[in-house]
Write a new protein. Structure first.
Length: 365
């Protein structure tokens, strides 16, 4: 699926707010079925006007026959924000997108949103806009499968990725990478929880899907490494490592799996806030108290984290700034194609809230 309009243009045409359109695109909820259908029907009607681009192995770099889209080419061209249908159900990427759009608008570029579903990813079937002559560059979001990254690079467009493949070394010097520091504060809070007497830790976050980026892997590694430093081991049978976003949406599945656990950990470290909130809800449904029975830690500091019951301890990432940095990096690459490729890792911040036991005196805030 490709949106050949910006969120602003689509909202204006449908007489809706940008926030409402963003919620529909993000699958976040809070929108009536009628409004959701209105937005999705409009996107489908736009998409029917154009066939998807051929898989990269069949592409012969012909862009002269790609049909133009009315009102689609601004003065300086289009930047493709390429993501997948599961770019999950939090507001994380919406905030990142706002940062990107802010920069692109200031420089008279149009942001075009391309959304690939699982079949598109499997068949390397990209939205046709990727081969459009007015497309100047690509920002990859939540597309970390090595096959996808290689295929995108075959289009020979300046490319920035937010997050990165787990085998990221193969892409250093070939695309610009904007990411966040993943390990420091996880190590810090795991160590603090151990000092408070916790010894049973588990991790929740999808590590099995090909499209999962290095961020989740580094967060998982940080937990394991810190436990090893303290002569402890992860409770592997209590982890949720193969659960996709779709399974974390299924409260019946989560509660049933928790019921079957042989050992309940004292702490769950989660790959992101959204995963943490889904797991917390399942645990609470079964009568577990947070943090009295189980401490839970997220990552990202999405808006919902502060309003959860109890509020979620998490690791803050400056999402809008990451979007701004990615857009600036891409525009710099377009203007100066021969400059060295960047690997930028932005710092994060630990945010202590009530989903973890009292760590007063164990952490320097």
């Amino acid at each position: 699926m490709v949106m050949k309009y910006t969120i602003k243009e689509l909202a204006s045409e449908l007489n809706l707010s940008r926030n409402t359109v963003a919620k529909v695109l993000n699958g976040k909820g809070g929108v009536s079925p009628k409004t959701e259908k209105l937005v999705l029907d409009k996107i489908r009607s736009i998409n029917q006007a154009e066939e998807p681009a051929q898989p990269c192995e069949n592409l012969s770099a012909k862009t002269d026959n790609v049909p133009s889209v009315p009102g689609f080419a601004p003065a300086r061209g289009n930047i493709l924000f390429l993501t997948c249908t599961s770019f999950n159900h939090s507001d994380f990427w919406i905030v990142v997108m706002k940062g990107i759009e802010k920069v692109l608008k200031a420089h008279n570029y149009n942001m075009v949103i391309g959304i690939m579903d699982n079949q598109d990813i499997e068949k390397l079937r990209f939205p046709s806009v990727i081969a459009h002559p007015d497309t100047r560059g690509i920002i990859l979001v939540e597309l970390c499968d090595v096959r996808i990254c290689e295929a995108v690079l075959s289009y020979q467009l300046p490319t920035v990725t937010l997050d990165m493949p787990r085998e990221y070394e193969a892409f250093l010097g070939r695309m610009d990478i904007i990411t966040m520091e993943n390990k420091k504060h996880i190590r810090e809070i795991v160590s603090a929880l151990i000092k408070k007497g916790c010894s049973r830790f588990a991790f929740a976050g999808d590590l099995s899907s090909k499209n999962v980026g290095r961020g989740f892997q580094e967060r998982y590694d940080a937990v394991c490494e810190t436990l090893e430093d303290h002569h402890l081991s992860l409770l592997s049978e209590s982890c949720f490592l193969r659960e996709t976003d779709q399974l974390f949406l299924n409260s019946a599945y989560l509660t049933e799996k928790v019921k079957k656990l042989r050992e309940i950990p004292e702490v769950y470290i989660c790959g992101n806030d959204w995963t943490a909130l889904q797991l917390a809800a399942a645990l609470q449904l079964l009568g577990y108290r947070i943090p009295e029975d189980i401490s839970i830690v997220g990552f990202d500091n999405i808006n919902e984290a502060a309003h959860a019951v109890p509020p979620l301890t998490t690791i803050h990432t400056n999402k809008e700034y990451m979007g701004i940095a990615a857009a600036n990096c891409l525009l710099n690459r377009i203007a100066n194609p021969d400059i060295p490729y960047q690997y930028c890792q932005y710092m994060t911040e630990l945010v202590l809230r009530s989903s973890t036991i009292d760590l007063t005196g164990e952490l320097c805030q």
